[in-house]
Design a protein around this ligand. Structure first.
Ligand SMILES: Cc1cc2nc3c(=O)[nH]c(=O)nc-3n(C[C@H](O)[C@H](O)[C@H](O)COP(=O)(O)OP(=O)(O)OC[C@H]3O[C@@H](n4cnc5c(N)ncnc54)[C@H](O)[C@@H]3O)c2cc1C
Length: 454
């Protein structure tokens, strides 16, 4: 049994705490924000102070990969969620895979209650301010604990940093004489605007697929069905769009949404809750603690968004965070290894779990950014394959099943192309449609500007 300190009680940290405890370890989780308020799902969303997660109230899709991990590792959390109004949705993957409709804070509150109920997990309400190092026995610093804002230190066999996309890892490592992580960063180039809605009594979601994505030639509109009849309508627009802040006016935002034909049936029979919520500074970012084949630090690993964050419009972050949490929890059984070996092997399994999805996201986004910037259309092969799948899935049941599995990250795009029947269909389709473009919906740019400035 090892003493594990987990930094951050978001999805990755809470998952990790529960999964590590299940494997027989003693866990102390340090989270800067307090617990969710009592009073049910709507109270959790309305009143939970989550300053540590500025995007906590944005619409979230919870894909098959993450829900699968939760079903295996923490079925009680899933049962509690469905008992509180989250909806488990069977996926068309040919298996018994599920997606889940739930607002992010409702989901997170259930994970937190689950972790708190485990006698091997201690939840500390405090803020981590730095790392404790035992010198540099292996080249880089060896971390053996953390420093807390509330005073005092916490010792650990290993420190797992799940403090999210704004992790202070670079400053913390530099402060103990180490090198900052190696980073790959690509700005997503857009900002998010999300509006929550409540279905009127007796209303139904037009689709249970999350998210439902509609692309305009200057924006993307997404519907995220959630728990208890609540849903979000989110829009991404270029961060440089001069009229983007107009969409923060609720009446303007509703007028814009009503102009996008395929989402109109979401608006009929629903009432807005609160005002549109902005979110900027979105990135694909990978942080690595290994450089030139050697660990930069030992006794310490990054988990979830602190390690890899991806474009939120693909709805992958929570699933990747939970899958990575499980991968790292599995590594805790090998803390008897020499610390540099543990660090390198943890890095390798992290690459297998997250690296491929990160690279695919960067390639897909580079193409979409070029398209938004100049109308140019240079999709990567992966992006073209995904577009072909979106068309072919409507016509072919076998393609539909594998496309669904890729969409929910239960199959990688490379594995998909090893299915010879699908590969033949996709490649023939791409040959027949060399200029394949996604269908764009909604008002054109001129009408949009008239609409939001009028
Ligand atoms: C606009 C937007 C929309 C998104 N939509 C989706 C979606 O539809 N589907 C999806 O799967 N993913 C989505 N994501 C991504 C998803 O939210 C993240 O991948 C997920 O939050 C990662 O969880 P995490 O635990 O790694 O980090 P976080 O959730 O950010 O949690 C980090 C935690 O660390 C705590 N913390 C930070 N610093 C300290 C400290 N010094 N001491 C103590 N505690 C600290 C914070 O309070 C927080 O609780 C979206 C992201 C954004 C920005």
């Amino acid at each position: 049994m090892a003493d594990i300190v987990v930094l951050g009680g978001g999805v990755a940290g809470l998952g990790l705490a529960a999964f590590a405890a299940r494997r027989g370890h003693r866990v102390t989780l340090v989270e800067r924000d307090g617990p969710p308020p009592e009073g049910g799902a709507h109270t959790e969303v309305a009143d939970w102070e989550r300053r540590g997660v500025p995007h906590a109230r944005q619409g979230h899709a919870l894909l098959g990969l993450g829900i699968g991990v939760l079903r295996e590792e923490c079925p009680e959390a899933l049962a509690e969620l469905t008992g509180r109004g989250a909806v488990a949705v069977p996926l068309e993957t040919g298996g018994d895979d599920l997606g889940l409709l739930s607002r992010r804070l409702v989901f997170e509150a259930a994970l937190r209650r689950r972790a708190a109920a485990d006698p091997s997990v201690t939840l500390l309400h405090d803020r981590v301010t730095g790392l404790l190092s035992a010198g540099t026995p292996h080249g880089g610093p060896h971390v053996h604990g953390v420093r807390l804002a509330g005073g005092g230190d916490l010792a650990a066999d290993v420190v797992l940093d799940a403090t999210g996309r704004r992790s202070s890892v670079a400053a913390w490592l530099t402060a103990i004489g180490g090198a900052p992580p190696r980073e790959t960063v690509q700005s997503c180039g857009f900002s998010y605007i999300a509006q929550e809605f409540a279905l009127d009594a007796g209303g139904r979601f037009p689709s249970l697929r999350a998210p439902v994505v509609h692309e305009l030639d200057f924006a993307t509109v997404l519907a995220f069905p959630g728990d208890n009849g609540r849903f979000h309508m989110s829009t991404t627009v270029s961060s440089r769009d001069p009229v983007r802040t107009r969409l923060l006016d609720r009446s303007v935002y509703l007028r814009f949404l009503a102009s996008v034909a395929p989402v109109r049936d979401w608006l009929d029979g629903a009432t807005p809750v609160g005002d549109p919520m902005p979110m900027a500074g979105l990135e694909n970012r990978r942080r690595s603690l290994v450089a030139d084949g050697a660990p930069l630090v030992t006794g310490y690993a990054l988990v979830g968004d602190a390690c890899v964050q991806t474009n939120p419009t693909f709805g992958r972050g929570v699933s990747l965070a939970l899958a990575h949490a499980r991968t790292v929890a599995d590594r805790l059984g090998r803390l008897d290894q020499a610390p540099p070996d543990w660090a390198l092997e943890t890095h390798e399994v992290t690459e297998q779990c997250l690296g491929l999805w990160f690279e695919q996201q960067v390639a897909t986004d580079a193409a979409r950014l070029a398209e938004l910037a100049g109308g140019a259309h240079h999709d990567s092969l992966t992006a073209r394959v995904l577009t072909a799948l979106a068309v072919l899935r409507e016509e072919d049941a076998h393609v539909r099943v594998v496309a669904e599995r890729v969409y929910h990250m239960l199959l990688t795009p490379a594995e998909l192309m090893r299915d010879r029947k699908v590969a033949r269909r996709v490649l023939a389709f791409l040959r027949e449609h060399p200029d394949l473009r996604r269908e764009h919906v909604g008002p054109n740019r001129q009408d949009f500007e008239r609409l939001v400035t009028g």
